[in-house]
Design a protein around this ligand. Sequence first.
Ligand SMILES: CC(C)(COP(=O)(O)OP(=O)(O)OC[C@H]1O[C@@H](n2cnc3c(N)ncnc32)[C@H](O)[C@@H]1OP(=O)(O)O)[C@@H](O)C(=O)NCCC(=O)NCCS
Length: 338
Amino acid sequence: MVREWDPRTASSVEIASLLDTLNAVLATDLPQDPPWRESSLREYLSEVMPGERRISWVAQDEPAGDGTPGRILGQVQVLLLGGIGVLEVLVHPSMRRSGLGRTLVKLAARRIRDEGFGSIGVEVVGDTPAVAFYESLGFTRDYVETRSVLDLGAVGWPALAEMATGVGAGYHLEFCPGGPPDDLIEAYARAKAEVRDVDDGELRPSSYDPERLRDSLDTLHRRGMKPYIVLAIHEQSGEVAGLTEVVVPAQHPTRADQYDTIVVQDHRGYGIDRAIKARMLLELRSAEPELAEVQTWNAQANEAMLKVNAELGYRPDRDWCEYGVDVAELVHRLDAQH
Ligand SMILES: CC(C)(COP(=O)(O)OP(=O)(O)OC[C@H]1O[C@@H](n2cnc3c(N)ncnc32)[C@H](O)[C@@H]1OP(=O)(O)O)[C@@H](O)C(=O)NCCC(=O)NCCS
């Protein structure tokens, strides 16, 4: 049976079952990725930024005779933000190629259309069945990034410590666990605003104004994702010259996610990118003893950043693509198929 499903009110048996399916999917499609844990999974699935909505459906076995909920073997969720519906679909490996993925997308696509949204976007991991799946539904590729992974066990820490101090005179670095301090929020937002649109995909929007930035940090915390930030401060002006953000999610705390790294145009060429990233890794090593890896996503054209990441020890892992489709076209295609 397929039904709309609300993670906020779902039983913990259902949350655990969804986790089993997610981990079966990871083991099949991304076997090097760490399995997810249940901690804050409900919050991860439920919490959204102000103004955004997430709607979800599951494919579930019938309940057992004693009333135990059936296993969740598939899920689709859509995040409605701006003018776009961002889709995520999961089908248990034992249930694939029987049309379930398509059924789930059909439900979500109709709702997205009914809610008045014109387009759908989805992140698709290279070298997985999702590529053929979305292409069969008429999605086209809008944007490709490379995911790279750093194994902290292979890092040369003395060299890294040197990189962390290799920032030009007139700058100092600040480590901010939890997020930027309140008195630097405005300067932080200004730094992010300056490089907006540069090589940014559409599906992971950054927050450029202070209010939105506060909301975004607050949402991360509510979802069980702990942000860490290293700032490069230009001493003369007090401006944020560079920043790097890493998030350690409670759901997979052995592998952290690198978010934005920005060096403001006027402050390029002073070793800031290398120094803030190196300092971050040094700090994380003591702040998050469980952490074993960090993953990052870069546009393939961003050669300067790829070079620094390679120096730090990041190894390219997979293509990470954004696909999109017009909602009306998708609904039309799915209605015609069945
Ligand atoms: C992508 C996914 C949702 C597809 O689910 P599914 O139920 O197997 O898909 P369907 O049976 O509805 O397939 C619909 C069409 O997609 C295409 N397709 C799906 N899987 C395919 C594959 N492995 N190879 C080639 N084509 C494929 C086919 O055209 C198929 O139609 P057909 O079976 O009549 O030929 C599923 O593989 C999945 O959950 N992948 C993980 C997705 C994800 O986001 N993972 C994140 C971490 S990796």
